[in-house]
Design a protein around this ligand. Structure first.
Ligand code: TYD
Length: 139
């Protein structure tokens, strides 16, 4: 059953499996195994200038797994009441975000890659771009 009002404490760090090979490591993320949703979309942020922050937004229905596939950045999650910061810096560690939270990304290291597995296809309708509107949505 979907939780009506997720809080930042519903975000969890996910230790992803890592296969070591002589030529490097491999991490696989499987639907409904490492993550509690079926991935409909994968996107990644790259070429973000070092130290940069990306403006925040909320999602009504979207669930996400966020991974620093390369480099590091901070993920700040916000439920309209409490904020929590996750520092991501390992490709085998992700943060699962349920629907209904606001998120910001900050403090990108130069050359970092923010990989996102998303439960829905891209839809502007699912975004809340105004923080006051997000707070009303959470009430
Ligand atoms: P957006 O999610 O708004 O990023 P941010 O809030 O971090 O700036 O995405 C920026 C633009 O990229 C958005 O206007 C549309 C486009 N976009 C897609 O076309 N598909 C996607 O899956 C995503 C995430 C963004």
């Amino acid at each position: 059953m979907k939780k009506a009002k997720p809080t930042v404490y519903d975000c969890t760090t996910v230790q992803l499996p890592q296969v070591h090979t002589e030529g490097g490591n491999i991490t696989a993320v499987n639907n409904l195994s490492e993550i509690p949703f079926e991935t409909k979309r994968v996107y990644y942020l790259y070429d973000v200038p070092g130290g940069e922050a990306r403006g925040g937004h909320g999602h009504k229905e979207l669930q996400q797994l966020i991974v620093a596939a390369s480099g590091s950045f901070d993920l700040i999650v916000d439920d309209g009441n409490i904020k929590r910061t996750f520092s991501l810096n390992r490709p085998n560690m992700g943060v699962y975000m349920p629907a209904g939270l606001w998120r910001e990304l900050d403090n990108f290291s130069s050359g970092s890659i923010c990989l996102v597995l998303a439960s829905l296809e891209y839809s502007e309708e699912d975004y809340i771009r105004d923080y006051e509107e997000f707070k009303k949505f959470k009430q």
